[in-house]
Design a protein around this ligand. Structure first.
Ligand code: GAP
Length: 459
């Protein structure tokens, strides 16, 4: 796997990811998606939607908003318990994540420690300030992660609202409405892709931990604990399978990590992560959580509106249990980029950087490369390009600048699975050369068969 630095530089240079507000020296822990990054992310999001909604009769989609009634976050427990352990340096006044400091210093996990234990562990490990190097770290304390905003038109009467910390809450407060409108009864699911915000105090590792990110979450509502256990087991398997088979993460770089009771979020009765081996180590990629009846019980209590379903057979109202799958789009994008980017040594000792994206998610799937910038080659190439735009559903790029060798290298670097070259022979034989990114093998294909030939490669 390439280093994080190589991946970051490549992503910037090739138009995948840009630091936010770069001309103002950037804005900490916020990144913009460049033209290729947005294609990659859209492809991932479409495949997720297909997997979680389109192919599942009992799961529907939703698009709840970022802004919600502030009481939602009291009910959800986020205003009280959505916290990270922080520690200040008494000398330089810089603030750090206490658990990260401990983990970096000792290579041990701090997940199971409470605040007191963490303070003692930091002292025992002799952790000094990473900024000024002094032995002046204070006691760790908790810090709320919700990002606030002011709303209202009259100065002095503005209300503090929270930018949502997870998309899940938008699903919970719409659960009864959704079920009624779509004639659903548990077991059923609601899925959403949307932005979430967190005041991460020590954001780091590029897209891994940022302050504005997108989540892909699905909440599955069931009748009782037994069904929740079954769904939990099902989604745990299924999410790993999707990440490996559809998105292309390798077995070698993915594994499960079960949360201990201390590690679990305040709402979870059971939780397991799919972890990915990033260039900076094994870390959470996606979570599968059994949230019990915590969320809808709390919303019933805080809103005064009972969030119950009716069981005809048992003749009783009940609060369903919820199993959740929750992953970050940006974090998965970073995993995909880390998995794909490869430096290969060719015969003769030359190296090439190649992004081995699964063809289904490659930002550019086919590049059309005219050998010359002059007619009649350009004209013929435009015909081929337009034929592919109309005759396939692939993402096709027309690329005519620089030498053919440089263009192949550039397309390899952005992970384009197939390059189609139009040369002088094409004018005679109405055929083109198709080059495979991974094998670099070339094949001559008739132009009239090209759309079907390429489409078949993506099935
Ligand atoms: N609704 C449950 C929930 O939000 P979480 O474990 O806090 O659970 C779920 O977050 C996923 O969201 C994580 O596995 C990760 O992929 C993504 N995520 C969370 N915080 C993030 C951050 N600061 N930057 C990028 N992705 C983040």
């Amino acid at each position: 796997m390439q280093s994080l630095e190589t991946i970051t530089n490549w992503a910037l240079r090739r138009g995948f990811v840009f630091p936010s507000s770069e001309i103002y020296d950037g804005f900490a822990a916020v990144y913009d998606m460049g033209p290729l990054g947005v294609e990659l992310q859209n492809a991932i999001k479409r495949l997720w939607w297909r997997e979680m909604v389109d192919t599942r009769p009992n799961i529907v989609g939703l698009d709840a908003q970022i802004l919600m009634h502030p009481k939602v976050w009291d009910a959800s427990g986020h205003t009280e318990a959505f916290t990270d352990p922080l520690v200040d340096c008494g000398a330089c006044k810089k603030r750090f994540r206490a658990d990260h400091l401990y983990e970096d210093a000792t290579d041990k996990n701090a997940d199971d420690m409470d605040m007191e234990q963490l303070g003692a562990a930091l002292k025992e490990a002799g952790v000094k300030c990473p900024n000024c190097g002094k032995d002046a770290m204070g006691e760790p304390r908790t810090f709320n992660l919700l990002v606030g905003a002011e709303m209202g038109v009259i100065e002095g009467e503005k209300e503090t609202v929270w930018l949502r910390g997870e998309t899940a809450q938008g699903i919970y407060v719409n659960a009864l409405r959704t079920a009624e409108a779509m004639r659903l009864q548990p077991p059923f699911g609601i899925a959403q892709i949307g932005k979430a915000f967190r005041n991460e105090i020590t954001p780091r590792n590029f897209l891994f931990r940022v302050r504005e990110f997108e989540q892909m979450e699905m909440q599955f509502f069931v009748r009782d604990e037994k069904m929740a256990d079954e769904q939990y087991a099902f989604w745990r398997e299924r999410r790993m399978q999707w990440l490996r088979e559809v998105i292309g993460l390798s077995e070698e770089n993915t594994r499960y990590h079960e949360h201990s009771p201390e590690e679990r979020a305040h709402y979870a009765t059971a939780a397991e992560d799919v972890q990915f081996q990033f260039p900076f180590g094994w870390k959470e990629l996606e979570g599968i959580h059994n949230r019990g009846d915590w969320d809808l019980s709390r919303h019933s209590e805080y809103s005064g509106n009972k969030q119950t379903f009716f069981d005809q057979e048992a003749n009783e109202h009940y609060i369903p249990r919820i199993v959740e799958t929750s992953g970050g789009v940006g974090r998965l994008t970073l995993a995909v980029m880390s998995e794909a980017l490869d430096e290969e040594t060719l015969e003769g000792g030359e190296t090439r950087l190649v992004a081995r994206f699964k063809p289904a998610i490659a930002p550019v799937q086919v590049a059309v490369l005219p050998l010359s910038k002059k007619d009649p080659i350009t004209e013929k190439s435009m015909e081929v390009f337009e034929g592919l735009l109309k005759g396939t559903s692939l993402r096709v790029q027309f690329d005519e600048t620089q030498s053919i060798g440089k263009r192949y290298r550039r397309q390899d670097e952005i992970g384009t699975p197939f390059c189609v070259t139009i040369d002088f022979d094409s004018l005679e034989d109405d055929a083109v050369t198709v080059r495979d990114r991974d094998t670099m093998q070339q094949e001559r294909v008739k132009i009239e068969e090209l759309a079907a030939y390429l489409s078949a490669k993506f099935e």
